[in-house]
Design a protein around this ligand. Structure first.
Ligand code: SF4
Length: 597
């Protein structure tokens, strides 16, 4: 395997990173994992920004980002910072910069950190396909150096930190043409800016590799870490984790937990931002809960077993389903390229058996007690050896009750058993006995553990046993499969969290669009607040609903804008018409699934 991204597949300890000061708050080093968020208020309205910022501080937010669209708007950062300080808070503020180096040069005077997006800081972004000769490529790089170096020197002089924050979907034409819209392109783009910063002996920066698809996000961050390690020990820059456009509600939280949780569980990450299409204040408890889950995980003893990255049958940088063999369980095919099955317990089955017809897609498929699954201790080499002598594929899982980190335990099992044996994944090895258990914690833990393994192609079935309520555990199972891209049973939304650039009410509009289109299985709809970043960051959505001007919406098919300046109150209907025009519409079922607790 090319250079790994962590010491071993069983590693749960934190990647050592240099400490970077963001005003009074340190990132990396021995600092705790920091929780941050972003204002949705309009940066031109200082009072609104100050009030929102103070609300976030009260909620436990440690770093606050605010967009600075232009040099003129960036001037208002002076008043925002002054207002926050006057209210007695020294919370560091970050200016979010896209397309405008002059806005960055203004912002750096007032804030503790500046976030630049290498894809659009000074590079062309017109979705134009062009072959770049090496000379042309180097020439463009020279132009970026000229545009970015002044900011580096100013930040260095003022002791201001920076984030080199690449986003999937907003890579420059040059990078797209050479590397495609890929994790590698994201890494290359960021390293170009890092090299410029280092050429001025400036090291007060962190990296981020965000995408709305957790699988792409995980691969990009892992690739970055492996690359930094190969560049040298002094490339130990801290990492800012986030899944962009994760959306709202449970889906937004599950997607964020799969992406951010998986990487934290691998030891990667020094600060996190959960971007939800909700008031920013609701992001904090989710991010805080994820950090607490990881702090608890790191109290656990890592599995002591001889396993290196060269021993594992999966590629952590490129998704491929583990090649198990198909078997029949309770009349259902499982394993091979079969859809990942949803298990439940006999007790839960009995509790919902009377209303299966009303539960829509959230069907319990297999009862574990009737499945014949073999519960294995992955450290039990004799049991593993016996299993590997069997000619017939057996459904296997990690035994309950073992004091082993879940992800590591299933990785060890997948690495040691013959791949023909299909694997039933579990969210925890300690089934819940507490009907009052905190559902958000259970949801984040299940998303992290099951999502991480599924995104590595491990697993042919899942069982959520951290949640006692039959309906909730089934809904969570299907939503985790959808969010990790393993089983699509409903519409998928890519919705931006909104910021000072937003041109319509994202939360209520996303709700309206969800109510009208939530039944369109497998259709991906992007809801993006502005035209500046929207089209780039709506990734591979089938349809896009994007703010074009205040109160005016542009509609997209894929990346192509097809309808412009639609008054907001007509836009959702026109979106539906567009979906019908492209034969992706079906009428909503008369009955809505009743899943209950
Ligand atoms: S797409 Fe959304 S979050 Fe991104 S810049 Fe536009 S309004 Fe802000």
């Amino acid at each position: 395997m090319s250079r790994p991204y962590s010491p071993s597949p069983l590693n749960i300890s934190r990647r050592p990173a240099r400490s970077v000061g963001v005003g009074p708050v340190g990132l990396g080093g021995d600092n705790p994992i920091r929780v941050q968020s972003m204002l949705t208020s309009d940066t031109r309205e200082a009072e609104a920004c100050i009030e929102e910022a103070m609300g976030l501080v009260e909620a436990g937010c440690e770093i606050i980002r605010v967009t600075a669209q232009t040099r003129k708007i960036a001037e208002n950062l002076e008043h925002i910072l002054a207002g926050i300080r006057a209210k007695g808070s020294d919370v560091p503020v970050v200016a979010d910069i896209h397309f405008k180096p002059d806005a960055a040069m203004e912002a750096v005077k007032w804030v503790e950190k500046v976030r630049v997006n290498p894809g659009n800081y000074a590079d062309k972004k017109k979705f134009v396909v062009l072959e770049y000769t090496d000379e042309e490529y180097a020439e463009e790089l020279g132009r970026i150096d000229e545009a970015f170096s002044p900011l580096v020197l100013e930040a260095k002089k003022r002791g201001v930190a920076m984030r080199i924050g690449t986003n999937h979907g907003s890579l420059s034409d040059r990078i797209m043409n050479r590397f495609g819209d890929t994790p590698l392109g994201m890494v290359e783009s960021a390293l170009e800016f890092a090299n410029i910063a280092r050429s001025h002996d400036y090291h007060n920066f962190v990296f981020s590799m965000k995408a709305s698809n957790p699988k792409v996000m995980i691969e990009a961050y892992r690739l970055l870490i492996a690359r930094l390690a190969s560049e040298g020990d002094d490339w130990n820059y801290p990492i800012h984790l986030g899944v962009t456009e994760a959306g709202d509600g449970e889906d937004g939280r599950i997607k964020s937990a799969i992406g951010i949780g998986s990487l934290l569980a691998d030891g990667i990450g020094d600060t996190v931002r959960v971007s939800l299409t909700e008031d920013a204040i609701y992001e904090i408890p989710v991010a805080r809960a994820l950090v607490e889950l990881i702090e608890e995980l790191r109290q656990q003893k890592p599995i002591k077993a001889d396993l290196s990255w060269d021993d594992v049958p999966w590629n952590p940088f490129e998704y491929e389903r583990r090649a198990s063999e198909k078997i029949d369980v309770m009349g259902l095919a499982l394993g091979g390229d079969e859809t990942i099955r949803v298990f439940t317990t006999q007790e839960k089955w009995n509790a919902v058996a009377h209303k299966l017809a009303k539960m829509g897609d959230f069907q319990p498929e297999i009862v574990i007690e009737q499945s014949g699954v073999r519960e294995i201790d992955p450290l039990d080499t004799a049991a593993i050896a016996e299993l590997n002598t069997m000619t017939e594929p057996q459904l296997i899982t990690v035994a309950d009750g073992l004091e082993l980190p879940v992800i590591s335990a299933f990785r060890l099992l997948a690495a040691r058993v013959d791949p023909k044996h299909p694997i039933l994944l579990k969210d925890t090895l300690h089934p819940s006995t507490d009907p009052e258990a905190d559902f958000q914690r259970t949801m984040l833990n299940a998303s992290m553990n099951l999502g991480s393994l599924i995104c590595d192609g491990i697993g042919d079935a899942i069982l959520v046993q951290g949640e006692q309520a039959p309906g909730q555990s089934l809904r969570l199972s299907y939503n985790i499969l959808q969010a990790s891209g393993a089983r699509i049973f409903k519409t998928d939304y890519v919705a931006c969290p909104s910021c000072g650039r937003t041109l319509f009410n994202l939360q209520s509009t996303t709700q309206k669009i969800r109510e009208a289109t939530g039944h369109l299985k497998g259709v991906r709809i992007a809801v993006m607040g502005c035209i500046v970043n929207g089209p780039g960051e709506m990734a591979d959505a089938d349809f896009g609903y994007v703010g074009g001007a205040p109160g005016k919406i542009n509609l997209y098919v894929g990346k192509e804008a097809v309808k412009f300046n639609i008054p907001e109150d007509e836009a959702v209907d026109q979106l539906i018409d567009l979906i019908k025009e492209h034969d992706r519409w079906i009428d909503a079922p008369l009955e809505v699934a009743e899943i209950g607790d």
